[in-house]
Design a protein around this ligand. Structure first.
Ligand code: IMP
Length: 423
């Protein structure tokens, strides 16, 4: 038995989808533990590109059982759409199991997300507008609907009643249009037939998996710096991407985790508002965006780009207990003659090593950079450590030394073959 957790070490979009697909081929179970259809996991395999918002990236392996666990918020319309897409593409896929405890994202949550962002004006968070915050808010307000309620005969009445409550908020508070509860139900109802057979007590499923000695991969969405408690609040998502979130989200216990892989790009990106000390709004940032096709999978927004931020990476490593790092998109830096990495900050004339993620403080921090030589060659065909140029190996050693976490996986392109295992 072994349990591995994949955690985003930055602000999401680190390439977890590729890694989850790659590593799940040896797993019997893939557990998605948090987030919802705000995620956009891209998997390129067998000449095709798949983009999953909710389905775990292991779904393309027919023998893998994929579980949307209790910590996930599930838009039933998105799951049905993604399953239908797989069917249309004739893509063989694994079994999907949905936790009866997982909360539902319903059409009024997406509308609430829109209204809320509009009302915030220039203080908007820049959410994906997929209803994530409102659905988690309803969960903690204890008025949300859970997937298990789809099995109850009065599910329609429950959906309509919540829609009605939202209308009070929409018209009275946001001064915006109401939704017709019957229309909301008309959208949701057809999903019940498809999803009802997939709903289960996934804690029992996970327990059986552990008892049978299965290989389990936990797939996180977003990244550490977007964690609701440990990220750059309020510019965060509403769940826990850190490894602790994998325990809460799945029902695994801490002594069952064997390894935690922190996934980091060789540089940094962020979508949406919030502090980003190493953001480069000049030609370097543009080059990273163009070479890395840094546009949001879910929203298409251009991502903000900049150099690697070691203090934030160390922070992520310590919070989640990374046992190893996967360094992704190193090929995006192939054409840089110099590579910069932020090793500390300067604030009010002082050198700062430990990041304070309060946006007012972090915005005020100026990165202190170390400059390393670039490798300035095409690395996209690399298959083995020996194929990697010395300057890239030096950059990898530098990251390991700085963070205290070994880099074990290097991703040099979007395809599964473009991956180098270092040990
Ligand atoms: P929400 O999760 O849609 O509420 O968005 C909150 C913040 O998290 C925004 O800045 C989003 O851009 C960001 N975010 C949410 N999901 C992702 C993701 O999968 N990748 C990168 N950023 C994300």
């Amino acid at each position: 038995m072994s349990v591995t957790v994949i955690v985003g070490a930055q602000w999401g979009d680190e390439g977890k989808g590729k890694l989850a697909h790659l590593l799940s081929k040896d797993s019997q179970f893939v557990l998605r533990y948090q987030g919802g259809s705000n995620a956009g996991h891209t998997v390129r395999c067998a000449g095709r590109t798949y983009k999953f918002k909710l389905l775990p990236s292991g779904i393309l392996h027919p023998a893998v059982r994929c579980v949307l666990c209790a910590g996930v918020v599930i838009n039933p319309l998105t799951v049905v759409e993604e399953l239908a897409d797989l069917g249309e593409l004739n893509a063989p896929h694994g079994e999907l199991i949905i936790s009866r405890r997982a909360h539902l994202v319903l059409p009024f949550h997406c509308v609430q997300d829109e209204y809320f962002e509009e009302a915030k004006g220039k203080h908007a968070i820049g959410t994906t507008r997929r209803g994530i915050g409102p659905a988690y808010a309803d969960k903690y307000f204890r008025v949300g609907l859970r997937a298990g309620e789809m099995l109850k005969p009065d599910f329609g009445a429950r959906v309509k009643a919540l829609a009605q409550r939202k209308n009070v908020l929409f018209s009275g508070y946001y001064h915006q249009a109401e939704l017709d509860p019957d229309e909301v139900w008309a959208k949701v109802q057809p999903t019940v037939e498809v999803l009802a057979p997939l709903i289960a007590d996934t804690v029992a499923v996970v327990r059986q998996a552990i008892a049978s000695g299965a290989q389990i991969l936990c797939e996180g969405a977003q990244g550490t710096l977007l964690d609701i408690d440990y990220g750059t609040y309020p510019f965060v998502t509403s769940s826990h991407p850190v490894s602790g979130g994998a325990l809460l989200g799945t029902g695994l216990s801490y002594h069952e985790l064997d390894s935690v892989i922190g996934v980091t790009k060789a540089y940094t990106t962020r979508v949406g508002a919030g502090p980003f000390p190493t953001e480069d709004v000049g030609p370097d940032g543009d080059q990273m965006r163009n070479a890395g096709v840094e546009y949001g999978t879910v929203t298409g927004r251009p991502r903000r780009c900049g150099w690697l931020d070691i203090p934030l990476l160390k922070y992520a490593a310590q919070l989640s207990g990374f046992t190893e790092l996967a360094l992704t998109k190193t090929d995006v830096l192939d054409n840089f003659s110099e590579i910069k990495a932020c090793v500390a900050y300067e604030r009010e004339g002082q050198r700062v090593e430990w990041p304070d993620l309060d946006p007012d403080v972090l915005t005020d921090c100026t990165p202190v950079y170390e400059t390393l030589p670039g490798w300035f060659c095409d690395t996209t065909k690399a298959q083995h450590k020996a194929d990697l140029p010395d300057a890239l190996l030096d950059y990898i050693s530098f990251i390991t030394e700085q963070t205290g976490v070994p880099v074990r996986i290097v991703s040099v392109g979007p395809d599964m073959e473009s991956t180098v295992f270092l040990s």
